[in-house]
Ligand binder design. Structure first.
Ligand SMILES: [Zn+2]
Length: 96
């Protein structure tokens, strides 16, 4: 009796270094789209970070820009550059 499962021991066929069909220099529009979205969101985060740094300079870091109340520590640990407290953030999200 031959035990099952010894057949797949990584025998690569010679000449089968498959690199797929050659891409024709066109960038995939889908990837480009994602790239732009990443870039846009990175810029937004960067703006928030810079604003947070500015607030640190003025000693107002950690206070909500809308209601002025302190932002929860747990929130700042997740989103250090948060401009708004959870409540104001949700209000803004809902008001779009
Ligand atoms: Zn607030």
């Amino acid at each position: 009796m031959v035990p099952v499962g010894i057949a797949r021991s990584g025998q690569a066929m010679p000449g089968e270094s498959a690199s797929g069909p050659l891409e024709s220099g066109q960038p995939e529009s889908g990837q480009l789209e994602v790239h732009h979205q990443l870039l846009a969101s990175a810029r937004m985060v960067l703006e928030d970070v810079e604003a947070a740094l500015a607030r640190m300079d003025t000693g107002r870091y950690g206070a909500c820009e809308l209601c002025g109340k302190p932002i929860a520590q747990a929130r700042l640990e997740i989103v250090p550059q948060a401009r708004y407290c959870v409540r104001c953030h949700l209000v803004r999200e809902a008001g779009r």
